[in-house]
Design a protein around this ligand. Structure first.
Ligand SMILES: [Zn+2]
Length: 437
């Protein structure tokens, strides 16, 4: 039996996951006798609270010492995300007296429901600004179009008006000043305890990146990490919060503990890709490329989400970095967040299957099968060809806006193909692929 340690020094290791639940949260706010908002209470009731735990028994003494620094740095990313999304967190929360609305605002990082088209749930706040708080509230798209700054599409800056009312960019490390300095110092402190060279190098470069908003060297170092037990994804990463243009990246952090057993399985199957590619039932020219050279897959348990990735629905897998130059040079790493997947499986998949699947077949709905299906889907992204056979560029460019749907469909089908082929080779000899009834 492996021992499971709860991350107890962290009250916020409790993440709220979106789940299906009782319907009927009233669109119009209603209050009970005590004046508390019951419709919001019902909405909170639709969410499941889950404790995220991880097996820390494989961590060394020094690795455990790194964690508190990481949690503290992650909390700063959380503060920065509030500012990017809404503005002053404290000033905003102080305007809300109702404890339910306050709690719901904390979950949503603001007064708009993230899992319900950003509908406002606090009276008088109006529509969520498309550009969140990355841009001045009064800035129109026309203002932006007329603006000639070469930095206006920058990933790592806030846009504000100067004293003369002209638009200007302010790099994150200047805009957030002290907070960035504190976060970088905490990452440096964590790096002191890193025995793994790859992790130490990454953390050191990442702290520097936060101080300068130059992330490429740290992204490269992140891809070079191979033997780390702890992973720390931190910084301004995704640009979904900027719905006006999708230019500006929002801060977030994940603290992850490697699941050795499942990571080894992933590595084992990824290593079989060239052989499986050769066996694909298609003409030779459609499988001439070497398969999966950029696949680096790992399974992790997430012990902390902060900022962007904690807002609304929880991420269960990440494929990073986003920098295309880095991707071309070194590929990406895909991290599967196993305990978060497990929570979604228990709280979402099982209740749905209880409604939709015939009782005689429900015994087949197991987490093992669910995780394996996702695992092979991810591995299967490495199968097939990346470049068109007529030498006219990449398959992705040729498929344009249909590329991503077809790539996902391909990964689903080829994932099942891989499972079947591996089964034929005796890989899962104890498991039946036919439905047990
Ligand atoms: Zn996929």
């Amino acid at each position: 039996m492996k021992s499971i340690y709860k991350v107890t020094f962290l009250c916020a290791a409790v993440a709220t996951l979106a789940a299906c639940g009782p319907k009927g949260a009233d669109e119009n706010n209603t209050t009970d006798a005590a004046g508390s908002d019951t419709s919001i209470e019902a909405k909170i009731g639709q969410l499941a609270t889950v404790e995220l735990t991880a097996d820390l028994s494989g961590l060394s003494e020094n690795e455990r010492k790194m964690l508190p620094f990481m949690f503290a740095a992650a909390d700063i990313m959380d503060e920065l995300f509030w500012e990017e999304s809404v503005g002053d967190k404290k000033a905003f929360l102080d305007t809300i007296k109702d404890p339910n609305i306050r709690r719901y605002a904390m979950i949503n990082y603001g007064p708009w429901e993230r899992l319900n088209d950003d509908k406002p749930f606090v009276k008088g706040v109006g529509k969520k600004p498309e550009g969140a708080n990355f841009y001045p509230k009064d800035m129109t798209k026309e203002d932006f179009d007329k603006w000639t700054s070469p930095r206006k599409k920058g990933l790592y800056s806030m846009v504000r008006r100067d004293d003369g009312g002209f638009l200007q960019t302010i790099p994150y490390h200047e805009y957030f000043g002290d907070k960035i300095d504190r976060a970088a110092a905490l990452i440096d402190s964590a790096a002191k305890y890193a025995d793994d060279k790859g992790l130490k190098n990454y953390l050191t470069l990442r702290a520097k990146a936060l101080r300068t908003d130059e992330y490429q060297a740290s992204d490269m170092a992140w891809l070079d990490m191979k033997n780390n037990n702890i992973d720390f994804v931190i910084g301004p990463i995704e640009s979904y919060e900027d719905k006006m243009f999708g230019y500006r990246a929002a801060h977030e952090a994940y603290i992850l503990i490697k699941d050795k057993k499942w990571s080894d399985k992933l590595a084992k199957y990824a290593a079989m890709l060239p052989e499986l590619q050769a066996g694909l039932p298609v003409d030779g020219k459609y499988k001439a490329e070497k398969a999966g050279s950029d696949s680096d897959l790992g399974a992790y348990d997430v012990v902390y989400y902060a900022g962007d990735c904690n807002a609304g629905s929880k991420t269960i897998a990440v494929n990073l970095p986003n920098d295309e130059e880095v991707q071309l040079k070194k590929g990406t790493r895909r991290l599967q967040l196993k305990n978060a997947m497990r929570a979604k499986f228990d709280k979402i998949m099982i209740p749905i299957s209880d409604e939709l699947i015939d009782p005689s077949q429900r015994a087949n709905i197991t987490f093992d099968a669910f995780f394996s299906t996702i695992m092979f889907h991810e591995v299967a992204h490495g199968l097939g060809i990346k470049n068109t056979i007529n030498g006219k560029g990449t398959v992705r460019e040729a498929l344009k806006d249909e590329g991503s749907a077809l790539e996902e469909g391909k990964a689903d089908i080829l994932g099942l193909y891989m499972i079947t082929k591996l089964h034929e080779k005796g890989e899962f000899s104890k498991k039946s692929l036919t439905i047990a009834t």
